[in-house]
Design a protein around this ligand. Structure first.
Ligand code: FAD
Length: 549
């Protein structure tokens, strides 16, 4: 009977009767403890970043009920994860593992198949199993956040080691890494920085990868490969296993660091600037995954709604014009008007930094009008200082501010990869800008420069309570993905809703890579229970039955 607390009839996964499903959940409760099996029958509450839901995507781009869990379960050990997997096989119930579920912009905590049982690994599996101060490594369970790892190093007095954090520190080190997320120190490629996994396979067996397969080893976190095929890759951005432990390498404290910021006046500075950045980055003079951000994002990072920037508060509904953007920059930004801002950090003792910074300065000043910003001129809560903390591996949540851009702010990302070349940057910028203008969406491009490639991260901020704005965001994204693919650019990661489309763009050889993935999926997961559809990989039982979006 509905009460205030119980207002929703829980969704039941397709292919099982409601009564049978409820009985099956009861059986699982008997194994895990009934308090660790939660039926999703309460109203869907979005909360906020630090109190996010695990039943759905708090920044949904579809109707919230579309991608929703039927229940959430909380294992406390690898053995309990195995028990859940065996249970799911018995009843053919789709399960969807999350570490902490803060995958905002990429689907949050939502499962790909409506009515899946979400396995929230983070709630009870949040131990830091080891921190090795000699090898500079750690071994983590899925519930360890970037904040928790940072605080553990501080608490143990390990100031000789740094962590690497994404822009928001509340996510899971394991969850972010298996989705191939990025941070902004020299250890910013998290997948490249991990060493060793423990994985529960979809049929319930457990494996340890790399040196973890050798009983008695002391190299699981120091040598990632072990012997034979390197299997870790198939457990990132996939649905082939549930990671229950992961090794991570830690960065040595570089013995000093110094952030720097340059601004550049014109949109057309992009191409020559990117060509200047390339050899500096590949040669490691620019040492971290640094960002080149557009001025619209600097305005949004003030944390004020976009309506504040229209003269007289007069929002005409379209994307902000260049005139409005530059007028707002002149009036509101401590650094004043500009088009591009480069945020970087130099690492090491003073004399080493000095040499590298002088090289950077000489190169960046080749762009007419380039300015180096003196941090002493900036207010204490300027975005610069958030970048400074992140590039020093100090977790933060300042970055959330730009999500206030619209009422009920939510965001979704378009993240194509290209070489670090001016021509590519210009092509992607134009593609993004034209498509945003067509849909009346403000354009927030940031180029995140890796070692030999860059991710263009474009965040579309939209009002999630407005179906029309949700649709505009979605249409804009879908169009950008297709246009980018036609030019040879692909996404490094994507939102749940776009996974089929993005996977479809990786179509060389008649879709050879997806055929390969499907063969692995069917071999490892014959009943198709684990995260069906994630990254566009559908198990045999679902294929060709209308699940793709
Ligand atoms: P989860 O949500 O737990 O996991 C992500 C996905 O990986 C899950 O949906 C699941 O499919 C899979 N998965 C997770 N754990 C397991 C497991 N144990 N076994 C198998 N599969 C698993 N991201 C970045 O990378 N860099 C950034 O700089 C960044 N900046 C952001 C800024 C803002 C303002 C916002 C809102 C988001 C940003 N994000 C960024 C995106 C996101 O917040 C982070 O990537 C976050 O770390 C992901 O959430 P999580 O760590 O809780 O992972």
């Amino acid at each position: 009977k509905p009460t205030k607390e119980r207002q929703r009839l829980p969704v039941v996964p397709l292919g099982i009767e409601r009564d049978e499903f409820m009985k099956a959940l009861k059986e699982l409760g008997e194994q895990l403890g009934e308090e660790h099996v939660e039926i999703n029958d309460k109203p869907l509450v979005d909360g906020w970043y630090m109190e996010h839901p695990n039943t759905h995507d708090m920044m949904t781009i579809l109707d919230e009920e579309e991608l929703v869990a039927s229940a959430v379960v909380y294992p406390s050990s690898t053995e309990e994860v195995q028990a859940i997997v065996l249970w799911a096989n018995k009843y053919r119930v789709p399960i969807f593992p999350i570490s902490m579920g803060r995958n905002l912009g990429y689907g949050g905590a939502a499962p790909r198949v409506r009515g899946s049982v979400t396995i929230d690994l983070g709630r009870r599996m949040s131990a830091i199993l080891d921190i090795n101060p000699e090898d500079y490594t750690c071994l983590l369970e899925p519930g360890v956040s970037f904040y928790a790892l940072y605080e553990a190093l501080q608490a143990r007095g390990y100031s000789h080691m740094w962590i690497d954090t994404p822009d928001l520190g509340g996510g899971s080190v394991v969850g972010n890494t298996v989705d191939r997320g990025v941070g902004y120190t020299p250890y910013g490629d998290h997948w490249a920085a991990h060493s060793g996994l423990e994985v529960v396979l979809p049929t319930g067996e457990v494996i340890r990868t790399g040196m973890g397969a050798l009983p008695g080893n002391n190299t699981w976190q120091t040598f990632p490969y072990g012997f034979g095929p390197y299997s870790d890759g198939i457990f990132s951005q996939s649905n082939f296993g549930i990671v229950t432990k992961m090794g991570m390498t830690l960065m040595p404290n570089p013995g000093g660091y110094e952030s720097f910021m340059y601004t550049f006046p014109h949109e057309a500075d992009l191409a020559p600037l990117i060509d200047i950045i390339r050899p500096l980055r590949i040669g490691n003079i620019l040492e971290n995954v640094a960002q080149l951000r557009h001025v619209t994002q600097a305005i949004a990072a003030l944390g004020q709604p976009r309506s504040d920037f229209f003269p007289g508060g007069d929002d005409d509904g379209g994307a902000l014009s260049d005139d409005v953007v530059h007028a707002a920059a002149t009036k509101h930004l401590a650094v004043g008007d500009h088009t591009w801002a480069y945020y970087g950090m130099s690492y090491g003792p003073d004399h080493i930094r000095k040499h590298k910074l002088a090289l950077v300065d000489a190169e960046f000043r080749k762009i007419p009008g380039a300015k180096k910003v003196d941090p002493a001129t900036l207010p204490a809560d300027d975005y610069y200082f958030a970048r400074d903390r992140i590039a020093a591996g100090i977790p933060d949540i300042h970055e959330l501010r730009w999500v206030n851009w619209t009422p009920n702010g939510a965001h979704v990302a378009f993240s194509p990869v290209s070489p670090i070349r001016g021509t590519d940057a210009t092509a992607l910028f134009k593609l993004g800008k034209d498509t945003h203008d067509k849909y009346g969406i403000d354009f927030f491009p940031a180029f995140c420069v890796g070692l030999r490639e860059m991710h263009l991260i474009v965040e579309i901020v939209f009002d999630r309570a407005d179906p029309e704005r949700r649709k505009a965001a979605m249409d804009c994204l879908r169009e950008m993905v297709d246009k980018a693919a036609r030019l040879g650019y692909g996404e490094y990661r994507t939102h749940l809703v776009l996974m089929d489309q993005v996977a479809g763009t990786y179509s060389w050889g008649g879709g050879a890579i997806m055929k390969f993935n499907e063969r692995i999926k069917d071999a490892l997961d014959p009943n198709g229970i684990l995260a069906p559809g994630r990254c566009g990989i559908w198990p045999e039982r679902y294929r060709g039955r209308g699940w793709e979006m």
